[in-house]
Design a protein around this ligand. Structure first.
Ligand code: ADP
Ligand code: MG
Length: 507
């Protein structure tokens, strides 16, 4: 059976893992020998660079370098224009990263890889999920499914279908903070609540250190290192390294040379923790208000998982331990956990699709399903109240894939058209739900008033929704549609980008 990759497509770093012959997930090293690859893309004349080389060259070619593209997925108004005037959509830039990750994985495995499972934050809406799927397709990959990052992390920590409990995932990465509360039961991972700060991560901790070093150098007559160019990039790289060092030892030094002078700045862990205390505190506030809103106390939580490279910092562990009154679960590298879980899901999905049995003796969950985060419904007219009403067809928290049915009746004698409006939200009042799409459906002639129509909505594992309308009496199909998201690329764009990508060299 061909191997399927699990890909953690991160805001600042990405990782790839695969389930090996020993039935355990392992992270694959990239061509530079690193476990994680910076999610940085650099466009030069005839090639596209991804990863550490791109990150290092970024300072000298800032106009051709893109970071943090994940923040813009599903945003129809965002694009990147390089110094030659070529425009790229977020899906394309993510595709370059995915292509590079897959190429490196093929190199490490010695085989061709097509099938992947890509992770997305739990808060990603349909448009962002669809954008992620499009990115995989542009990269020439086949996405078996998407999986929520906290779900992948829980799977990596071995929370499988035997688990029944509540799990809190605290994910502090490079550019984002996400906290998710999940209920796990019978292999279903139900997101109870999720919150976060899309602009809070390791990057901000680096910034504090950079400010401190710059101030020190300034006091000694040195130049301003925040030059928006090479000095600043050098400062960032060195401060990030010092930050990592402080995770392991109580003291680190930053050496900077500028204007022909060398400066050494010493920093202790205690000083660093003081500099960044307010950042850590922001994560505490978000975490506590999430628990409060969900009405869950620390004693109602069975597992606390730390995910994201920044949770390696001792102050994060200490804070979570202090708040919860117990040590968080450890044992997996926090910046690899999501990729591990994705690999397990990929292995499982690939086995299921090929109709094969799970390999004997393998540990891990037998089934994993995410649930829908929003209810989907249809607008109708309530004859008793004589008011429009929102009828939920797929209730939120339905485990996906799923299919739900609801019946409606025609309002007029010989009604010829039904203006079919799909909604997102729970409220019966149409004013309190989001109208996603309006499609006129032609009805067959001669239907008496009150003719019954059956609406079937199916939600597949990628969050793509198909709708079929049939006349209940004859079971004849009257209309079929796919929930169309104007935020996403057109089919023809995806095809064009995909063939353009196949001609390009991604290094
Ligand atoms: P992403 O947010 O893209 O998912 P990661 O989870 O890999 O990324 O987190 C990346 C962040 O983790 C970076 O800011 C990096 O500096 C930080 N980080 C990685 N290792 C350490 C460490 N040992 N100590 C402190 N921070 C670390
Ligand atoms: Mg991450």
């Amino acid at each position: 059976m061909a191997q399927a990759l699990g890909i953690d497509l991160g805001t600042t770093f990405s990782a790839v893992a695969v389930v090996g012959a020993d039935d355990r997930p392992a992270v694959l090293r990239n061509r530079e020998g690193e476990n994680i690859t910076p999610s940085v893309v650099l466009f030069s004349d005839d090639q596209v660079l991804v990863g550490s080389t791109a990150a290092r060259t970024a300072a000298t070619m800032p106009d051709d370098c893109v970071r943090f593209v994940k923040r813009f997925m599903g945003d129809p108004h965002w694009s990147f224009v390089d110094s030659r005037g070529t425009e790229y959509r977020p899906e394309e830039i993510s595709a370059f990263i995915l292509r590079r990750l897959a190429d490196d994985a093929e190199l490490a495995l010695g085989t061709r890889v097509d099938d992947v499972v890509v992770t997305v934050p739990a808060y990603f809406d349909d448009a962002r999920r669809k954008a992620t799927l499009d990115a995989a397709e542009i990269a020439g990959l086949h996405a078996l499914r998407l999986v929520n990052e906290p779900t992948a992390a829980a799977v990596a920590y071995g929370l499988d279908e035997t688990e029944h409990g509540t799990c809190l995932v605290y994910d502090l990465g490079g550019g984002t903070f996400d906290v998710t509360l999940m209920r796990i039961a019978g292999g279903e991972f139900d997101v109870l609540a999720t919150d976060g700060d899309r602009n809070l991560g390791g990057f901000d901790f680096d910034n504090e250190l950079m400010l401190r070093v710059n101030a020190f150098v300034g006091e000694r007559g040195g130049p301003d290192l925040f030059d928006g160019g090479v000095l600043e990039a050098d400062l960032r790289e060195k401060c990030e390294l010092a930050k990592r060092t402080l995770t392991n030892v109580p003291r680190a030094s930053v050496f900077v040379s500028a204007d022909g002078a060398n400066h050494q700045v010493q920093i202790t862990r205690a000083e660093f923790e003081e500099l960044t205390a307010s950042l850590l505190d922001r994560t505490r506030t978000i975490l506590e208000s999430l628990l409060e809103a969900a009405g869950v106390g620390w004693d109602g939580i069975d597992h606390i998982l730390l995910v994201g490279g920044s949770t390696r910092m001792p102050m994060v562990r200490a804070m979570v331990e202090r708040l919860s009154g117990r040590p968080p679960e450890i044992g997996i590298n926090p910046d690899e956990a999501v990729a591990y879980g994705a690999a397990v899901v990929a292995d499982l999905t690939a086995a299921e699709r090929s109709g094969g049995e799970r390999r004997a003796g393998s540990a891990g969950p037998v089934s994993i399903s995410d649930v829908t985060s929003q209810s989907l419904g249809v607008l109708a007219y309530d004859e008793t109240t004589r008011r429009p009403v929102n009828v939920v067809v797929v209730p939120k928290n339905s485990s996906i894939p799923c299919q739900h049915e609801e019946r409606f009746v025609t309002l007029q004698e010989n009604q010829t058209e039904w203006l079919f409006e799909i909604t997102e939200g729970d409220d019966p009042d149409p004013d309190y739900v989001v109208k996603l799409q309006e499609t006129p459906i032609a009805l067959p002639r001669g239907l008496p008033r009150g003719s019954e129509m059956k609406v079937t909505m199916s939600y597949d594992v990628d969050g793509v929704v198909h709708v079929v309308v049939t006349e209940a009496k004859t079971d004849r199909s009257i209309g079929e549609l796919e929930l169309d998201r104007p935020l996403n690329l057109e089919r023809s764009d995806v095809d064009r980008m995909r063939s353009a990508m196949a001609r390009l060299e991604v290094r």
